[in-house]
Ligand binder design. Sequence first.
Ligand code: NCD
Length: 489
Amino acid sequence: MKHVISAGDFTRESIERVLASAETLRPIWESRQPREALTDIGVVRLLFAEASTRTAGSFEEAARLCGMPSALTAGADATSLIKGETLGHTGRMYHGQNAWALVMRTKIEGGARWVAEMATRYGLNLCVLNAGDGANEHPSQTLLDLSTIKRRLGRLDRFRIGIVGDLRLSRTVHSFIRALRLLDNIEIILVSTPESRLQWWYTEGMTNVTVADSLEALVGCDFVYTTRIQRERFPADGYESKRVRGRYVIDEAVLKMLGGKTLIMHPLPIGDGEIHSGILMHPQVIVDEQAANGISIRMALLQMALAGQEDVTELDTCEPEVEVIRSVSAQESIARKDAEDRRFLPIPHGTVLDHLPVGTGDHIKKVLGCDPAKSYVGHDGGLRTREPVVKKDTLRLENRFLTPGELSIIGVLVPDVTVNSIRDGVITKSKIRRVPEVTGIGHCPNPACVTNHDAEAALFPHFHVHGEDRGVLTCHYCEQYFDRAEVLA
Ligand code: NCD
């Protein structure tokens, strides 16, 4: 493992591997005896541009116990990020100062993914560990949460868990849910006010999730994972956050109602008394134990990053699946008076996009950046029936063939297109059957996304494609889901 960016990258096996490694490293943390210093590896740079007590402190202690030199930069205004420097440039500077690993927390969503990718583009050997990127992800927190469950229960399946509070904006919840998806025979109950509900995509396709608005839904849970309202991510006037704060408080009475076996977890900090101070020492409240498990987890992550440091990270290049449906000789086609194919003959060499929805031809021409002198949009009626009604557009591109990237783009914009490639007197007709992703086009509508904060990242828009009609796109960086029309407007 080289980078730790998102729980969406985890597998059940990788989770187990980290948890097992943390257990073997635990005696080092329990005995407070650091490993022999590794003097020749450079430094672990800890960049915390958002507040942190546990994550920064435990990564720092984890590095010390692993014998790894580290340096902490903490505070929103502690770096040139505040002067407008990009995250990519910040990462390059730290690498130049001998950082081999960058543990980073910023409010920029997708920032860690971008810095890891930037390092690959620049050929830098830098491991990136995401310690929280805005409201998006907090993967090391999830690993310590899972380690707490496993240590208490002896297994990572067959349990019932309630997740309470600010599900919409808590990155700890987002990462946690992505990992819980990988576990078997668990039941999840999500409790929040309507304003703080979890976005639909986190639980899409899961059949083991119930949504509720009252703590009573949690009776009999093995674990209740409660969270604070992320007030810093609400509008600054505080009005909206005040409305949802203090709505769910776990106190003595709630503990009784839940039953004697429910363990209370929280990523911490407690923000508005969501766990009543009077029960913090109750044996069912295991939040400090949970936080403490973070040290050996982060030791494991640093060790695994160091071991994987030399791994070559490939940048994603996921090509579309294109199926050839027919090849016809242009001459034969003329001979057969195949009216439909003859329409392509004015271009002896090039591409004709057929079956474009009416009115889309000019847009596709613009998107593909076509040479106006060598591209022609047709508005065709039924050629065979000679109906006057325009039924479709066509786009003829002289001496131009589409790259896999361009095929992906049109495969998302006009999924039913037929692509006719004409060369050496042969017309090859193809359909675009699957488009995993589109790159180099589109704009992420999330204002907190790194592509809206970093001029370099903005040059590499990248979306994963979902849905039967390819109508939903996920930003590769901030991992949010959007309608195709919002991204490709
Ligand atoms: C969390 C975070 O920063 O996302 N804290 C932590 O790292 N344990 C939770 C929070 O701030 O609510």
